[in-house]
Write a protein that binds this ligand. Structure first.
Ligand code: NAD
Ligand code: GLY
Length: 368
């Protein structure tokens, strides 16, 4: 059955002349009307990986038509490959193909591919067009929207990068059918994040809908993706380069990035680390007198219902956390900046957490 256009939704990220649409729906991949209008010219480089390519590359190409010059670069899979060396492979492929400034990069995959393809586009010939075609829940609700691109450094997550907005985001919800369950849970962490920082009603809806979401109920998933993207689009339109409110999207990330960096990229999924990190942020907010025990209990339960870890790695001590957190991009001069919760649905930027309160939280937080 061909899905009707009514079953599809379009949101806009409003950034003046760099505004772009987020199309959400079933069956977008193979349908030329969604991708073709956003191509800068006739040259198209699809960037994907060895897992996603056998699943969706041909479908995407079928939706491009045969009057274009289409090339592809298929990278190895995994967070550990989110490096400058992988981005160089994309630049090599572009140069080998002789692509010029009117080429378009199309990122087909999860957040790792999207972040690298976007960074490659930001730098190639000082900036070319790119389109995000995210295929994981996490990338559909978060990383494909907002223009943060880049790679990891052994000393810190996403430390090398650029703000570079895509021309469009095409979210084909059919791609979630092949996503491993652990990856689905990781994506749910970022969905829960929006409820916690900005929308208490959405949080309550998520608590009630978690079983449906984890059973891949199409309507529930489309609703969660649309609300998440809409909240993210609002924040990005207000603060594209994270001078203020956009920092709230990093709830749980300072703790989570420390876990990912300490464990070695890929051992913990990004969403898993953010899930545990959000519980740490909630417990710290309780220690500061802002959240009640019952509210922290709700955070713990919704994360558990999503299948996310509620404990930090066994081999991470307080000093391990503090050493990596000191390098966080949000920090100002010597001060550690954390995103915490004043209430459920209301996050704040906090620069004044007493070191002993943070250390006590890190000491008491459960280990696996
Ligand atoms: P990922 O890109 O590693 O994808 C997860 C796994 O799913 C990979 O093995 C991938 O090959 C596989 N996969 C992708 N689509 C699939 C499908 N439809 N069916 C089966 N398998 C599929 O991880 P992710 O969770 O999508 O993204 C995490 C990355 O995103 C991290 O590097 C994180 O730092 C970054 N991120 C960036 C932003 C941003 O604003 N740019 C925001 C959040 C996260
Ligand atoms: N994922 C955080 C941001 O886009 O700002």
């Amino acid at each position: 059955m061909t899905p009707s256009d009514e079953a599809r939704r379009t949101l806009t990220v409003s950034l003046g002349e760099r505004s772009y649409p987020i199309h959400i729906g079933s069956g977008l991949l193979g349908d030329p009307q969604w991708l073709r209008p956003h191509l800068a010219g006739r040259q198209v480089m699809i960037v994907t990986n060895e897992t996603v390519s056998p699943l969706y590359l041909e479908r995407l190409k079928a939706g491009l038509g045969d009057d274009l010059v289409v090339r592809e670069v298929v990278l190895p899979d995994g967070e550990a490959t989110k490096t400058l060396a992988s981005v160089e492979r994309i630049w090599d492929a572009l140069l080998e193909a002789g692509f010029n400034r009117r080429c378009t990069l199309v990122a087909l995959g999860g957040g790792v591919i999207g972040d690298m393809a976007g960074f490659a586009a930001a730098c190639y010939q000082r900036g070319v067009a790119f389109v995000q075609v995210p295929t994981t829940l996490l990338s559909q609700v978060d990383s494909s929207v907002g223009g943060k691109t880049g790679v990891n450094h052994p000393r810190g997550k996403n430390m090398i990068g650029a703000f570079w907005q895509p021309r469009a985001v095409l979210i084909d919800t059919d791609t979630l059918a092949t996503l491993p369950r652990r990856e689905l849970s990781a994506g749910l962490a970022e969905v829960i994040k929006y409820g916690l920082i900005r929308d208490a009603d959405f949080l309550a809806w998520l608590e009630a809908s978690m079983t449906a979401l984890r059973s891949l109920d199409g309507e529930a998933l489309a609703g969660a993706i649309e609300r998440s993207c809409s909240l993210k689009a609002e924040v990005v339109a207000e603060d594209e380069t994270e001078q203020g409110v956009r920092a709230l999207l990093n709830l749980g990330h300072t703790f989570g990035h420390a876990i990912e960096t300490h464990q070695g990229y890929g051992r913990w999924l990004h969403g898993e680390a953010v899930g545990a990190g959000m519980l740490m942020a909630a417990e710290l907010s309780q220690r500061l007198g802002w959240l009640s025990e019952a509210e922290v209990g709700r955070v713990r339960e919704v994360l558990a219902a999503a299948g996310l870890p509620l404990a930090a790695p066994a081999d991470m001590g307080v000093d391990d956390f503090l050493a990596i957190m000191r390098l966080d991009k949000k920090n100002l001069d010597e001060r550690l900046r954390l995103i915490l919760l004043r209430r459920l649905g209301d996050a704040c930027i906090h620069d004044e957490t007493p070191r002993e309160t943070l250390a006590a939280l890190l000491q008491a937080f459960p280990r696996q």
